[in-house]
Design a protein around this ligand. Sequence first.
Ligand SMILES: Cc1cc2nc3c(=O)[nH]c(=O)nc-3n(C[C@H](O)[C@H](O)[C@H](O)COP(=O)(O)OP(=O)(O)OC[C@H]3O[C@@H](n4cnc5c(N)ncnc54)[C@H](O)[C@@H]3O)c2cc1C
Length: 504
Amino acid sequence: MTQRIVIVGAGPGGLATAIRLAGRGYQVDIFEAADRPGGRMRGFSLGDYHFDTGPTILQLPRLYDELFASVGLRFSDYVKLVRLEPNTRIRFWDGEYLDLTSDTAAFKAQLARFGSELPAQFERWYIEHIRKYKVGYEPYLATPVRTPIGYLKPREIAAALAFRPWESLYDHFKRFFHDERVVYALAYQAKYLGMHPTACSSIFSLVTFLEFAEGIWHPIGGFRALAAGLAKAATDVGVTIHYNRPVKQVIVENGRACGVELADGERISADGVVVNADFGHALTHIIPPHARGKYTDQKLNQMEFSCSTFMLYLGVNRRWDELPHHQLYLSATIRRNDPLWAKSAILDEEDPSFYVCNPTIVDPMNAPSGHSTLFVLVPVPNLRYQVDWPVVEQRYRDLVIRQMGKLGFHDVERHIVVERRYTAETWRDEHHTYLGAVFNLIHSWSQLGPFRPHIRHDGARNLYWIGGAVHPGSGLMTILEAAKSAVHFISEDLPLAQPIAIGR
Ligand SMILES: Cc1cc2nc3c(=O)[nH]c(=O)nc-3n(C[C@H](O)[C@H](O)[C@H](O)COP(=O)(O)OP(=O)(O)OC[C@H]3O[C@@H](n4cnc5c(N)ncnc54)[C@H](O)[C@@H]3O)c2cc1C
């Protein structure tokens, strides 16, 4: 007899979990509120201009290869990736810039401009990280989360402590590179986690290292194509995806999740339910109050959520072929680390740092010939902090358009053909993201590893979480790792009579 699993949401975490479960022999149905897969990366079109909404940086393609291979498929049959060079150009407050690149010789040559000792320091840092990767990745990021006691393995602890995990990412890089510009350039990945480098643990320097060592990639057709590829693979291995079918409530009876009730009133029974909908949103909207376990409103109010993002999606009637795919402007404000700035609680209306993706240079089909699409992201406070978006939105948009000149996108206004904006409220209302906190729970010590919400929900049996809220964290790479763990826990709790022997 097979076991039926219902998954709420076809975001990356829901899709990856579905693929692995179906590969094991589970019967899997996904109910998705939207009309397409991908969640935050589902994208949209404005006429002939096609936009990614969320992720633009793909790391560790081998995780996708592994996921597809686990069910006998080949990732490259579904999605074509191109490697980007340089990885990202960082432009500083003083006009200087640094191209992060996997060509380490070229990178060291650039570093010499910032200080003659920096190339040798980079060499030291890189070699240390080859070891740190071995010690940190498998035991901490790629294994199902353990209880705090499960981490008390003397050899693992001794090895990990050698890398000073108590340090902040900022302090970590400052130890190697005295120049603040280089420090912030290498620590900017903290923003993937919705955090300031002074508040983020140095364990995440592994992400910086992985980008140097393995590069960053773009799926042809954009992350919309990645979402479509994951969804196609899921259906090819037997998963049924029901679009435009929002879940109203998870049904929990006698302390056990036993199905879902859809918005149209239909009830679907299941042996287990996996929630991929955003954690805070799901707790406050679809998990019945009696099954919330420790995640009461009071607890949720104590938890810390990431920043939000203000987004401009622009279709323009020209191309900027001379500018890189990924560019980031770091304003001097990035150096402010007093608590409100470090928490992204303040809207910078003077000189905001921002990021622009210029994907048409490698993926021209996303716009009419000679035109391009631009994706502009500005970190802004989540909705816990007061910003009157209906009042602020237009002037903020105008400021950001002016700022774009700092990255070489001059006179953009004149070239705009189509435009869409997102504020923190759009993320909340259209993507069901709690507080508009797009990078989910922050990765502070009190919300890491065993202190992050567990994949097994503690308020009901056979109810699981998958996505950015659970260990190991909120990016695509970590969510793919979490999907392996979800399948591990589900198959412990709901074993199959005859599991299929592929996958982990
Ligand atoms: C602007 C931005 C930039 C980012 N950049 C990067 C990047 O470059 N690299 C990277 O790795 N990550 C990046 N991320 C993070 C990445 O997008 C997220 O980690 C990822 O999308 C989260 O996946 P998830 O599985 O948690 O699901 P989500 O993407 O949150 O999807 C959840 C799904 O659940 C559905 N849902 C919600 N409620 C219901 C309901 N009641 N019934 C049915 N379905 C429901 C939603 O419609 C959605 O499809 C970025 C995110 C944003 C927003």
